[in-house]
Design a protein around this ligand. Structure first.
Ligand code: C2E
Ligand code: MG
Ligand code: MG
Ligand code: MG
Length: 282
């Protein structure tokens, strides 16, 4: 009967669920340790290029967790865990610090970091960012904070206050993964941002069946221009995508076609500033 079947199902799935919960607890514990000891966490940088001439323009800081036993764990997996177990602020601070150091090392580049909605909901967020910028004596306009549409939906208004405080000192705000959330175009009326980052899912469709994507991206770029916003296309993987985006007037390009995220040292080698380091070590 149904009851027996139910019990049976429990017998089959029960241990499996326990494993998942156990697994998750273990990861949480490991992440706490990694954050506390500043261990196994490394900030990578993905170059961003100017679309018209291909010149190096900046870099996005992307966090990596190299788990000692499980290997590389994606931020798509560990950022939500960090948010749930309350270490996202420490992670954000770590990335902010590395981003400021990067801005010092690469004086001609703009550095972008990703901020979780939870971070922006904290009333002290803008103050922490501004303190870091001041401490490292970098031009605030060279730091960009990437937020998601979810952040803009915050009803308490704390996120908006942080955004306004940051922009008032010159820090830039970018709307990440643009087009994938629920707010989209409408929300741009209420919150002032400096840039939209067109999500990879729209760029993907260019060279496939989804001809509609090109029209959507065209509309996004036109809207951004009308509002005086910069545009970055993420996830550019083919020459064809690059050519179309350039033609549509997209400002900046980011993607595996141009470069994958890399370590700070690899980035140094690429831009050639490692000379300074070598001199310091002698
Ligand atoms: P995102 O901010 O949209 O970052 C872009 C993601 O696309 C990165 O994945 C990047 O490596 C990947 N990507 C770039 N170009 C290409 C391409 O041509 N093809 C493909 N397939 N992928 C490309 P990543 O580094 O795994 O990060 C995933 C997400 O995790 C980020 O998405 C961001 O939302 C979040 N994240 C990463 N670092 C941080 C961080 O320090 N703090 C917070 N709060 N979130 C972070
Ligand atoms: Mg981003
Ligand atoms: Mg993105
Ligand atoms: Mg994304």
């Amino acid at each position: 009967n149904a009851k027996a079947a139910g019990r049976n199902r429990f017998a089959i799935f029960g241990p499996h669920m326990d494993d998942l919960v156990q697994d998750r607890r273990e990861l949480e514990g490991d992440l706490r340790l990694a954050v506390r000891n500043r261990r196994d966490l490394e900030v990578y940088f993905q170059p961003v290029y100017a679309a018209p001439n291909g010149a190096l323009y900046g870099a996005e800081a992307l966090l990596r967790w190299k788990h000692p036993a499980r290997g590389l764990i994606s931020p798509e997996v560990f950022i939500p865990i960090a948010e749930e177990c309350g270490v996202i602020t420490q992670l954000g601070d770590l990335v902010l610090e590395e981003a400021c150091l990067a801005a010092q090392r690469w004086p001609d580049l703009e550095i972008a970091i990703n901020a979780s909605p939870l971070e922006l909901r904290n009333e002290a967020y803008a103050l922490r960012v501004i303190a870091a910028v001041n401490k490292h004596k970098i031009d605030p306009a060279r730091l960009e904070i990437e937020i998601t549409e979810g952040t803009l939906l915050d009803s308490a208004g704390e996120c908006q206050r942080n955004i306004e405080a940051l922009r008032s000192v010159g820090v830039r705000i970018a709307l990440d993964d643009f087009g994938t959330g629920f707010s989209g175009f409408g929300r741009l009326q209420y919150v002032a941002v400096d840039r939209i980052k067109i999500d990879k899912s729209f760029v993907d469709g260019f060279d496939s069946q989804e001809a509609g994507n090109r029209a959507i991206v065209e509309a996004m770029i036109r809207l951004a221009r009308a509002k005086g916003l910069k545009t970055t296309a993420e996830g550019v993987e083919t020459e064809e995508q690059r050519a179309i985006l350039k033609e549509l007037g997209c400002d900046h390009l980011q993607g595996y076609l141009l470069s994958k995220p890399m370590t700070k040292d690899a980035f140094d080698r690429m831009v050639g500033t490692n000379v300074i380091d070598l001199q310091a070590k002698r």
